[in-house]
Ligand binder design. Structure first.
Ligand code: PGA
Length: 255
């Protein structure tokens, strides 16, 4: 599968229940026209996914995904959601390894690799999130942390399956803090990720895999981020909650 770039993801986290999701979509569709030169994917809370789809109606350019999955298909796993259930509710994507899953809910590299495997097995596109903590950056470990997370996250996939994924680089210190990595800093890490993907799938296929940047992206910094050569799109948290701000972001980077 290949996606039009730039790729804009809106991760609502634990915000916007079903009625707020409907109100958001009603406002957003008036501010963002369908474009065929970009991809827009929302990650509402799972409980809002069906309402999101229903409110989007014929706007199938507004795609949706899960924020997390459990790797089993079904069973006695109270509180969990499987990738197949997400597909049934209208998801085409699922995040795996978001920093809040890693650091608030203690998802390990092994857990994330199982989740990525389950997402792919159900025919959804995983958005594998990687990124270092501040102390890791200060110790000069950015490359080793990102490499470890990426290799573990992809370890259950075949070469063809790797070709169909999306990666998001989100330095933990930039998430929800108002501190954005400079486009140059982000671009440098994206180059490392691009090289690793190239080793797995070959240079040409590696180039086609979208690598998103995430961490305090807003309307005020979207243009400079998208101008960086290796940044193929963004994963937006806080600024995706407001329909006008997120519409400004999704309308950016026009050619
Ligand atoms: P933020 O979150 O835009 O609020 O920093 C980004 C993310 O966690 O995906």
């Amino acid at each position: 599968m290949s996606f039009a770039k730039p790729f804009f993801g809106g991760n609502w986290k634990m915000n916007h229940g079903p009625s707020a999701a409907r109100r958001f979509v009603e406002e957003f569709v008036a501010l963002y026209e369908p474009h065929d030169d970009r991809t827009v994917v929302f990650f509402p809370p799972a409980i809002s996914l069906a309402e999101f789809r229903a409110a989007a109606g014929a706007r199938d350019d507004l795609q949706a995904g899960l924020q997390d999955v459990f790797w089993e298909v079904s069973g006695a796993y109270t509180g969990s959601i499987s990738a197949g259930m997400g597909r049934d509710a209208g998801a085409g994507f699922a995040l795996a390894g978001h920093s809040e899953r890693r650091h608030v809910f203690a998802d390990s590299d092994e857990d994330i690799s199982r989740k990525v495997g389950a997402i792919v097995a159900e025919g959804l596109t995983p958005v594998l999130c990687v990124g270092e903590k501040l102390e890791e950056r200060e110790r000069g470990e950015v490359e080793s942390v990102v490499t470890r997370q990426l290799e573990a996250g992809l370890s259950r996939l075949s070469r063809e399956q790797v070709e169909g994924i999306v990666i998001a680089y989100e330095p933990v210190w930039a998430i929800g803090t108002g501190r954005t990595a400079s486009p140059e800093d982000a671009d440098r890490v994206h180059e490392v990720i691009r090289a690793l993907l190239g080793e797995q799938v070959g240079e040409t296929s590696g180039r086609a895999i979208p690598i998103l940047y995430g961490g305090s992206v807003k309307a005020g910094n979207i243009e400079e981020l998208l101008a960086a050569p290796e940044i193929d799109g963004v994963l937006v948290g806080g600024a995706s909650l407001d329909p006008s701000e997120f519409a400004l972001i999704c309308n950016a980077g026009g050619r």
